[in-house]
Design a protein around this ligand. Structure first.
Ligand code: SF4
Length: 233
């Protein structure tokens, strides 16, 4: 099994900026330090993800114990899918064409598999749809048919300051089936994967000037580096 070139997060990074994708892979030491606000958002996402798993109790965590163990996690996911012991898998891993994803929650119902991706947000953004479309592309092309793909996100009942206090979780989440919105994105995903893989073969980073894309959908963590480059020009 060849090592993956793109994960879900690096693919999304590449849709924002191919230079960011290149720098992240080849020059990671140039990244800006994470701000306390960004760290807080990551922690919140982790907590919301753990809460959402409790909506689907009794599953098994397939996530790798460390990044280096991802191949083992992929094989264990395949074994769990072939067996009939578990119908709920957390962090199920799939690889296709050197693209790697770990899906938040995978559920088997009446022999069919349903995917659930959790977001700590009050609405579904275009980026979340791209993220779901990429996961659908990798999972189904790896040979695993999916009946549905849901994004699970926060309802207005959820107060991020009270995540440790909730006992009744159902009212906190909305489950929205986005299959019909991600199927039309499959051709784009295929073309974007080619663009991103080509970018990673370059000898130096693509010459992309700074602009509004540096802040949308996420503040890029190479803003410091690119700003210094721009000043030198
Ligand atoms: S700062 Fe802007 S131009 Fe530079 S890598 Fe990030 S998104 Fe691309």
């Amino acid at each position: 099994m060849e090592k993956h070139l793109l994960s879900k997060s690096t693919f999304i990074r590449g849709t924002q900026c191919l230079k960011s994708l290149y720098l992240n892979k080849k020059r990671p030491f140039l990244r800006d330090k994470l701000s306390p606000e960004q760290l807080a958002v990551f922690r919140r996402g982790h907590k919301v993800g753990s809460l959402a798993q409790k909506l689907f109790p009794g599953g098994i965590d397939m996530g790798p114990r460390s990044p280096a163990l991802y191949r083992k996690a992929l094989l264990e996911t395949q074994e769990a899918i072939r067996g009939n012991t578990y119908d709920i898998l957390y962090e199920a891993g799939f690889q296709f064409d050197r693209l790697l994803v770990f899906l938040d929650i995978l559920v088997r119902e009446n022999g069919k598999w349903h995917a659930y991706e959790v977001k700590s947000s009050y609405k579904i953004s275009d980026t979340f749809l791209l993220d779901a479309a990429f996961q659908y592309y990798v999972i189904t092309n790896s040979g695993m048919p999916l009946e549905n793909f849901f994004i699970v996100y926060a309802s207005e009942e959820m107060d991020y300051e009270k995540l440790d206090e909730y006992e009744n979780l159902e009212p906190l989440f909305i489950r929205e089936n986005v299959l019909n919105r991600i199927l039309p994105l499959q051709d784009f995903i295929k073309e974007q994967v080619i663009r991103e893989k080509e970018t990673l073969t370059l000898d130096k980073s693509p010459d992309i000037p700074m602009g509004p894309h540096c802040y949308e959908p996420y503040p890029c963590d190479f803003i410091g580096h690119c700003s210094r480059q721009a000043q030198r020009k």
